[in-house]
Design a protein around this ligand. Structure first.
Ligand SMILES: Nc1ncnc2c1ncn2[C@@H]1O[C@H](COP(=O)(O)OP(=O)(O)OP(=O)(O)O)[C@@H](O)[C@H]1O
Ligand SMILES: [Mg+2]
Length: 317
C-alpha cells in the first residue's frame, strides 16, 4: 500500500466529501459526520432513525477461543464470513491471535493470543487491572505498534504487516485516537491541532481549517479555536483531542481512558459525545477503569494478564 502524500496538492478530496447531497448528523447541536455516514448507509440495515447499525447483538461475533497460530486468520476469516452471511458489513476491526512481548531486561508478555472482532458500528469497552494489556491492545489496533505475532486488520487493511509510513497513513485516515493525556501539540492552536491529521489525507490548508473549525464547534469549542493547549482547561483539551480524532471522519475511534483526566461533568460530556458518535454509526473501542463508563458501551471485554477473560453484554445489549 503506497503512503499518502504529506503535502496537499489539491482540494479534490474534501470537495468530494462535502457535496450538497451528503447527509449530515448533528452533534451537540452542530452538523457532523458526512461521507462516512453516507457510505455506511449503503451497507448497514437501518434501525433507530436509519443510521444506527444493528450492533447490539453482536457479542457472538467475538471469538475468545485460543486458535492454532498456523494458518493465520482462521478467526478473521470466520468473523468476516459470518458477517457476510448475515448480510452485515465487514467488521471494522479484526484482531486475530495477537501476542505482544516486550523485552526490557526480562521478557514481558503484554498480550497473549488475543482475538477480537469489532463489528461496524459497535461500541466496545475494555476493562482490566493495571498492566493487563489494555493500552497495548489499543496501540496495536491503532497501528502505533506492531504485534509480536498475529494479525490486525482495520477497515479491511492490514495494520500489523504495514510499514511505518503505511500505518501512519491508516492512522491519518481510518483511525481516530483519543489519549488519556490528550497528546496535543503545545505550540499549535486548537484549530491547528485538530487540522493536523488531515495533512496525511491530502486536504488543502483552507479545507483543513474549515473542517477543524466544524469539529471544534461539534464539541462545543467554537469559541476556543485560537487557544493553545496551555490556554485551555483539562476538559477542553480532551474535547480538542476528540475533535482531532474525528477530523478525518475515521472508520474507528479508539479512546484510552478518555475520562481519566477530566472532572465528572466534563467526563459526562465526553461520554455523551461518544454516545452520539455511536448513534451516528461510528465504531468505538474505549478503555476505562470505571464501570459506569464501560456500561455506556454495548459490551465489556475483560482483560487479565494479556488475555480476554470474558465478554459481558451490557444492559443495553
Ligand atoms: N514499551 C513497553 N516496553 C516494555 N514493557 C511494556 C511497554 N509497554 C507496556 N509494557 C508492559 O506491558 C504490560 C501491559 O501494559 P499496558 O500499558 O498495555 O497495560 P494497561 O492494561 O494499559 O495498564 P494501565 O491500566 O495501567 O494503563 C505491562 O506489564 C507493561 O509494563
Ligand atoms: Mg493503559
Amino acid at each position: 500500500m503506497p503512503g499518502r502524500p504529506v503535502a496537499a496538492p489539491a482540494a479534490s478530496k474534501p470537495t468530494a466529501r462535502r457535496t450538497a447531497s451528503t447527509p449530515r448528523r448533528r452533534l451537540n447541536g452542530v452538523k457532523l459526520i458526512t461521507q462516512r455516514t453516507c457510505l455506511r448507509r449503503k451497507y448497514i440495515a437501518p434501525s433507530r432513525g436509519g443510521l444506527v447499525p444493528p450492533a447490539r447483538s453482536l457479542a457472538a461475533n467475538v471469538d475468545t477461543r485460543r486458535q492454532p497460530t498456523e494458518g493465520v486468520s482462521e478467526t478473521a476469516a470466520t468473523a468476516t464470513a459470518a458477517a457476510t452471511e448475515a448480510g452485515e458489513a465487514e467488521p471494522t476491526v479484526v484482531v486475530d491471535e495477537v501476542s505482544k512481548h516486550y523485552t526490557v531486561g526480562s521478557r514481558v508478555t503484554a498480550l497473549d493470543g488475543v482475538s477480537l472482532t469489532l463489528p461496524t458500528g459497535s461500541y466496545t469497552a475494555i476493562m482490566g487491572p493495571s498492566g493487563s494489556g489494555k493500552s497495548s491492545l489499543l496501540n496495536l489496533i491503532g497501528g502505533l505498534d506492531t504485534p509480536s505475532s498475529g494479525h490486525v486488520a482495520v477497515d479491511g487493511k492490514s495494520v500489523s504487516t504495514a510499514s511505518e509510513d503505511e500505518r501512519a497513513a491508516i492512522r491519518g485516515t481510518d483511525i481516530g485516537f483519543v489519549f488519556q493525556t490528550f497528546n496535543l501539540m503545545p505550540r499549535l492552536t486548537a484549530v491547528e491541532n485538530v487540522a493536523l491529521p488531515l495533512v496525511f489525507d491530502g486536504w488543502s490548508r483552507a479545507d483543513r481549517i474549515d473542517r477543524a473549525v466544524d469539529r471544534l464547534e461539534a464539541v462545543g469549542l467554537g469559541d476556543r479555536t485560537d487557544h493553545v493547549p496551555s490556554e485551555l482547561s483539562g476538559g477542553q483539551r480532551q474535547r480538542v483531542a476528540i475533535a482531532r480524532a474525528l477530523a478525518p471522519d475515521p472508520a474507528l475511534i479508539l479512546a484510552d481512558e478518555p475520562t481519566g483526566n477530566v472532572d465528572t461533568d466534563t467526563g459526562a460530556t465526553v461520554l455523551d459525545i461518544f454516545d452520539e458518535l455511536h448513534a451516528a454509526g461510528n465504531t468505538i473501542l474505549l478503555v476505562t477503569h470505571e464501570r459506569h463508563v464501560a456500561e455506556r458501551a454495548d459490551r465489556i471485554v475483560h482483560i487479565t494478564d494479556g488475555e480476554i477473560g470474558s465478554i459481558e453484554a451490557t444492559g443495553e445489549a
